[in-house]
Write a protein that binds this ligand. Structure first.
Ligand code: ZN
Ligand code: ZN
Length: 327
């Protein structure tokens, strides 16, 4: 019975009478904050890392400290990351990258990558990929000989592009566009990204000062993930603090960005709360109230393991549990 029906079904499909099956992923994007911190070690906030899931793809933006732990917590084996995108080469955005790459080629349920890791970033990305393979060639050789890990899984397929950016990835209807951001005169390249899929969109600022180019590229996105910097007022004479401040966006400036981009939701990540001895550290509440001086729209301070679901109806957020995933 089953066998006899198969040719009939195929025939109907071929003539178009059955129509295409609806894509269950259509019009939907899921964005999870995996790390929302700056270089400052923090047990509650890991290094910069954001997971964007659209049409079955797992795309990771920056690979800061602890990104492998967070990916495992949200149920994405490291070998199932389809592509990783770098914004720039400050250590806090990169220091989880060797872990993501090397733990990914271990053939266990949390790794299991059998093909080269796909890595995208501005000019310099290929050099970094080559240097990682050189630095860690002992682990590669040992695991291939001892554990028989597939050699292809230890490779890195690195693609780099000029700082001016453009469309850098376009697969399964998911388009990733890079654009230059002004992080600092001596900090090049530095880019942000926009991801589009079937009417949904998210923009990620990377590290940047107030950026008119970001406003242009992010205009009207569903979700804007933006960095922010605050320091104690008394630190204004601290030369180091002043240098760092020049590389980032204040809450008031970020509010100006949000007011022009008009996202359905603006979310802070890479929240730099500069601490100095004997000075009261700025709080998240401070960041939000300063932002409100210039922006009245939808706003949230991101936290690790917050998942935003983007649909035609809007953006909803939920906090995932910060525990070890069973199994
Ligand atoms: Zn940073
Ligand atoms: Zn940076």
């Amino acid at each position: 019975m089953t066998i006899s029906r198969r040719p009939l079904l195929l025939g109907l499909a071929a003539t178009g009478l059955m129509g295409a099956a609806p894509n269950p992923n259509a019009g939907r994007m899921v964005v999870t904050l995996l790390g929302t911190a700056s270089p400052q070690p923090n047990p509650n906030r890991f290094g910069p890392c954001t997971l964007v899931q659209a049409n079955g793809l797992n795309l990771v933006f920056d690979a800061g400290r602890g990104c492998t732990i967070r990916l495992d917590q949200v149920g994405v084996p490291l070998g199932k990351v389809d592509a990783t995108f770098l914004t720039h080469f400050h250590s806090d955005h990169l220091n989880g990258l060797p872990d993501l790459w090397m733990t990914g080629y271990i053939q266990t349920p949390f790794g299991d990558r059998k093909a080269p890791m796909r890595l995208f970033g501005p000019t310099g990305t290929v050099r970094i990929a080559n240097a990682m393979r050189e630095t860690f060639k002992d682990d590669i050789a040992i695991r291939i000989a001892d554990e028989h890990v597939p050699e292809a899984g230890t490779r890195i397929d690195a693609r780099e592009f000029p700082e001016a950016g453009g469309v850098v990835f376009n697969e399964r209807g998911v388009k990733v566009t890079a654009f230059a951001v002004p992080h600092g005169e001596l900090i090049h390249p530095a880019v942000g990204y926009r991801v589009d899929f079937d009417g949904r969109s998210v923009a990620l600022s990377g590290d940047t000062r107030y950026s008119p180019n970001l406003i242009t590229h992010a205009k009207g996105v569903d979700l804007l993930i933006h960095e922010v910097f605050v320091m104690p007022a008394a630190a204004a004479n601290d030369p180091t603090a002043v240098v760092v401040a020049q590389h980032h966006t204040t809450p008031e400036q970020a509010g100006q960005v949000f007011a022009q981009v008009k996202p359905r939701l603006a979310v802070y990540s890479h929240i730099v709360q500069l601490r100095r001895p004997k000075m009261k550290a700025p709080t998240i509440a401070d960041v939000l109230s300063l932002t409100r001086k210039t922006y009245k729209g939808p706003l949230a301070a991101g936290e690790d393991l917050t998942r935003y679901t983007l649909t035609a109806k809007g953006v909803t957020g939920e906090r995932l549990s910060n525990t070890v995933r069973p199994g």
